[in-house]
Ligand binder design. Structure first.
Ligand code: FEO
Length: 170
């Protein structure tokens, strides 16, 4: 049995990760519509990763004999105003997700739930990588976004991203 507060936060995280997937699909569609198919591809794969994260949280609850409560997924609420602005919103969203993961970690820590802390270690590291990647995209766009040739190359680079399953197996 896990602590009820930890279970509540883990359940909520399932929803938040599915929301992230939904949000990134919205980003992806926005870029496809602009003709930036590489960016569209990049965010579509990001959405797949977020779905994977949701599934991992769900499986962790099931593995521990806990009920999974699936709530309604909110409509993506971020305003998509420009190719550059969307990247910045992506970084802000990842920083928010990091704060959520840390809050669950904090709750687990306070009840000495070492199992959940160990499970979350992967996500703590993953969030570090996600923030760094999102920040990298913002910086690249700042450097190259105004030059059509460079933007074309950046779009091609992002178009080469392929989906890989998460390294965490539970
Ligand atoms: Fe599941 Fe991008 O954090």
């Amino acid at each position: 049995m896990l602590d009820s507060k930890v279970v509540e936060l883990l359940n909520s995280q399932v929803n938040k990760e599915f929301y992230s997937a939904y949000l990134y699909l919205d980003f992806s569609n926005y870029y496809y519509d602009l003709g930036l198919e590489g960016f569209g591809n990049w965010y579509r794969i990001q959405a797949q990763e977020e779905r994977d994260h949701a599934m991992l949280f769900m499986q962790y609850l099931l593995n521990n004999g806990e009920k999974v409560n699936l709530e309604a997924i909110e409509k993506p609420s971020v305003e998509l105003t420009s190719a550059k602005a969307v990247l910045a919103k992506g970084l802000i969203h990842e920083q928010y997700v990091t704060s959520l993961i840390h809050a669950i970690y904090d709750a687990a820590y306070s009840v000495k739930d070492f199992r959940t802390m160990q499970f979350l270690d992967w996500f703590v590291k993953e969030q570090g990588e996600e923030e760094s990647t999102a920040d990298g995209l913002v910086r690249k766009f700042e450097l190259f976004g105004d030059d059509p040739k460079s933007l074309y190359m950046l779009d091609s680079e992002l178009g080469a991203r392929v989906y890989t399953a998460p390294s965490l197996v539970i």
